[in-house]
Structures are given as structure tokens and as C-alpha cells.
Design a protein around this ligand. Structure first.
Ligand SMILES: [Zn+2]
Length: 292
């Protein structure tokens, strides 16, 4: 049985109140489904990182004000009377794409998604690689330009500062020419990467230059990843999935193949994420049943 309930992220500033609302939602969903908590085996939570995995705590994600060191796993386990598993959302997404999406069949996989920031996860040797403290795979903060653009993390020149959705959006708002096709597509709303993707699809020169810049910086990051992990596959979400083969995937494959050793590039699969709207629920499922 599959049921879903979705609500925007609207933190109240008080984690206790937010958790009570999560519990209310979960119980209401169970009632709708006619299922009692006793009939469930496990609960999986895909939460924004960084996390303290050992304690099952959310440490302090930038988009959840007031959430500092919140023991989310135990609070939900107590509220529901069930075993709860917690994983950061990027790792959970990597697991979901690996088990159900574009990463099926690969043992060594790098997943990157360019939404607000960059979410990334590593599946190595057929399992999620979390590193010694559980926060491996922060690939968005690979430096790709010494002393480059300031990143939200406080460092300069991170991959995220060039190809992350929020950083690119900021840049577009500053540099999109008035009267360009991108500005026309945005209309009264603020310019976003999706307007650039649409305008580039129509051949608009400014949009095409922006996409080329995006691809160029993405390849810098991917080159480091290919030399480090020698993955079988790289799965790319959001902006790349939206831009598709002609604008993004083809040029990225070609440029990447030219920059890595043939031994590492031969047979390397670079493809768009597949799960789209189904990602959140499948990510939670993968977290609930990590060994399945
Ligand atoms: Zn950074």
C-alpha cells in the first residue's frame, strides 16, 4: 500500500512543536490507511544534514532554524513506539536512486543533485559509504576554484558555489540582461535556473553561455570524483535532469571523458536521476530497510 502526505518545510523555530506535527501527520496517515503502528516494521527518516548518526540527531541544517542538536530519531521512535532509522536526505536519495532508479545494478555510484545546495551520496562496494563520522560525501564543498566564489558553508570556491541552485540563482539575478529571453521567460517572477534551461533549449545565446559555464564547473567536480572513486556510474539530479541530454549530459560526458584517464572513463555511465516525485517516499523506504 502506498499513501503520501506532503507539506512545505515551515519550521516553527521550536523543534518540539515541529516533531509533534510530524507525529500528528504520521498518525493521521496511518488512520487513513487503516494501519496500526503495531503492524509496521520500521520507520525511515530522510532529514537534512549534517547529522550525528550515532545519536540519531539533526545537528543544525541551515534551512531549519532553531534545530540545533535535535534527537529526532529517538523522539519519533518514542512517539510512534517503533524502530526509527535516520539518514541524511542526500544519502537517502542516493540509496533510492541506487535501488529503484538510475543507479540500479551498479556497485560503485556517485549521486549528485543540484537543488538549493548540492546533495551528494556515495555507494561504494555495494553499500552506502558514510565515512568515520557519518558525514562523508559532502561533495558540494570540493574546492574547484581556489579563492573563488564565497560558498554558503563559509569556504571559497566550492562546487556548490558554482552549480548549486541557490548560488546560480543569485548569479542569474545579478547578471541576466534585461530584455533577454531568460528575463522574458521569468516575466514578473525572479529569474531561476529553469528559465535558463528553457531559454537555452530555444538557442538563446546568454542562456547557452550560462549552461556551458554550469557544465564546465560541474565537470571540474566530477573529474575529481572519478579520479578518487573510479565509479561505474554518476547519477545527476534536478538541474541536470531538467536540462537533459543535449544541453547538459552529452557535453558533460564528452568533457569528462577528455579529462580523466581512458581507463577510468571507459564504460563510465553518466545519467540523469530517474525518481523525480517518487524520490522522497522511496528514500524513506531505503532508510527504514537499510539491508533489504
Ligand atoms: Zn562550501
Amino acid at each position: 500500500m502506498r499513501m503520501r502526505r506532503r507539506r512545505p518545510t515551515e519550521p516553527s523555530g521550536e523543534p518540539g512543536r515541529d516533531i509533534a506535527r510530524l507525529l500528528d501527520d504520521a498518525r493521521a496517515l496511518l488512520r487513513e490507511a487503516g494501519v496500526t503502528p503495531a503492524e509496521l516494521s520500521a520507520v525511515g527518516i530522510s532529514a537534512p544534514g549534517p547529522l550525528d548518526r550515532a545519536r540519531g540527531a539533526v545537528v543544525g541544517p541551515p534551512n531549519l532554524p532553531g534545530w540545533r542538536d535535535v534527537p529526532l530519531r529517538d523522539a519519533l521512535a518514542e512517539g510512534l513506539g517503533l524502530p526509527v532509522h535516520l539518514e541524511n536526505d542526500a544519502n537517502a536519495a542516493a540509496l533510492a536512486e541506487w535501488r529503484f532508479g538510475a543507479g540500479r545494478g551498479f556497485d560503485d555510484l556517485v549521486y549528485l543533485t543540484m537543488s538549493t545546495g548540492i546533495g551528494a551520496g556515495l555507494v561504494l562496494g555495494g553499500e552506502l559509504y558514510t565515512g568515520s563520522f557519518g558525514n562523508a560525501g559532502e561533495l558540494g564543498h570540493l574546492p574547484i576554484e581556489w579563492d573563488g566564489e564565497l560558498c554558503a558553508c563559509g569556504q571559497r570556491g566550492c562546487l556548490e558555489a558554482y552549480v548549486g541552485g541557490a548560488a546560480w540563482t543569485r548569479r542569474l539575478r545579478a547578471c541576466t540582461p534585461a530584455g533577454s529571453r531568460v528575463a522574458a521567460l521569468a516575466g514578473d517572477s525572479a529569474v531561476k535556473p529553469e528559465h535558463v534551461v528553457a531559454a537555452a533549449g530555444e538557442g538563446d545565446p546568454f542562456a547557452c553561455e550560462e549552461i556551458e559555464r554550469f557544465n564546465r564547473y560541474l565537470v571540474r567536480g566530477l573529474t575529481a570524483l572519478v579520479f578518487t572513486f573510479a565509479p561505474q556510474a554518476i547519477v545527476l539530479g534536478t538541474i541536470v535532469a531538467a536540462a537533459g541530454e543535449g544541453l547538459c549530459l552529452d557535453p558533460v560526458r564528452t568533457d569528462l571523458a577528455a579529462r580523466v584517464w581512458p581507463l577510468l572513463g571507459r564504460g563510465l555511465v553518466v545519467r540523469a536521476a530517474e525518481l523525480g516525485e517518487r524520490l522522497p517516499e522511496l528514500a524513506g523506504l531505503c532508510v527504514a530497510f537499510p539491508e533489504a
